[in-house]
Design a protein around this ligand. Sequence first.
Ligand SMILES: Cc1cc2nc3c(=O)[nH]c(=O)nc-3n(C[C@H](O)[C@H](O)[C@H](O)COP(=O)(O)O)c2cc1C
Ligand SMILES: [Fe+2]
Ligand SMILES: [Fe+2]
Length: 406
Amino acid sequence: MSEAIKVSKDLYYIGVSDPDIRVFDIIMKTANGTTYNSYLLKTPDGVMIFDTVKKEFQDDFFSKLESLCSYDEIKYIIMHHLEPDHSGALAELTKRAPDAKIFISPMAQPMLKSIAQSDTMEFETVWTNKELKLGGKTLKFLSTPNLHWPETMSSYLLEDKILFSGDVFGSHYYDARVFDDLVGDFDYAFKYYYDHIMRPFKSDVVKALSLYKTLDIDTICNLHGPIIRNNPNKYIQLYKKWSSTEDRLHGKKIISIFYVTSYKNTKDMAHSIYDGLEADENLIANIYDLTALDEQNMLSILEESTGILIGAPTINGDVPKPVWDLLSCMMLLEKKGKFGGCFGSYGWSGEAVDMMNSRLKALKFRVPLNPKKIKLIPTKEELYECYNFGVEFGEIVNGKMVEMTL
Ligand SMILES: Cc1cc2nc3c(=O)[nH]c(=O)nc-3n(C[C@H](O)[C@H](O)[C@H](O)COP(=O)(O)O)c2cc1C
Ligand SMILES: [Fe+2]
Ligand SMILES: [Fe+2]
């Protein structure tokens, strides 16, 4: 147990530490543990609480809260994000402070009952430009959906110039010294958190940054890791850089082909498709043998590519593992606006190509062409069909309208 920490004149940190956690949300490694940040604002007219903590740490949270106020002083509870790492103590808090009103985004409304396991809570929905006033303080709400769940929002405490950013600008990095200017070097954790939580929603990050830009921010009170008070602009600029799409190729679109092959049949198809793509000088085509590509490299290629073509033979009625690895790392990417297609050689049953194609559709890629399947060794004519497959795919990525089959 530790004590509440002053963040500004009236605002206190009442978050908790989880130094021993090593894996977060299944997908993230947390070498330095993490924290679940929560804040308490004291005003002459009552108290506002900003988010809660993971349930198993709620005793620590309540003891910090009790050191600062009594439960009947709590007027408002602001829930920026309902994921259980922040809403775990909400059910108990609403029992202890039954008169407190909860503020959530409209998207949070259908989730609130299941998260807090109660349907008697008093709540209000808020969005950008809505304000809440209490004891001389003004809180402005900002809609920042998908960062990290659809219901996520941020808020800004006008008089104190504090941004409550939710998971945005967070990092899984526990350090008892709490503030960015006092803790150890957490840059790696900041980037890692961005890559796993924010990167799949880059366009929403860009929208959130445009809202934050209108604010004069002294301190960022996030939900994980160090509170940022020393140089908030450094972290804002990093998000800006990581989320912007650089136009290195002056508008030309990239199409990347990924393949695996055992006897070069699928490889030959891949190269004919590549030639078809390259026929259009307004496209940049790439071709990769997946067996020699690391996941981080796959991700950066996928991210840059507007079109993705995947080729694999059928092996034992299935898609070979390197291709599943590619298909399974896509949860870390934004798929909006990307095109996909599949091809491959087979011997008798040929399931692989259809499996890959269904997966791309399920991931919400636009898949305009029927997959290209060729039995065993492709003939000259069949390679020409592959070439045309490439030409057609390239034209579609470059804007040709087609009807899509679902
Ligand atoms: C171990 C093994 C298992 C295979 N299993 C299947 C299968 O289940 N269904 C099928 O249609 N073809 C199967 N094949 C045939 C390959 O898909 C076929 O040889 C294809 O042309 C190989 O293309 P590639 O040269 O690009 O690897 C199998 C081949 C191997 C070597
Ligand atoms: Fe989250
Ligand atoms: Fe979180």
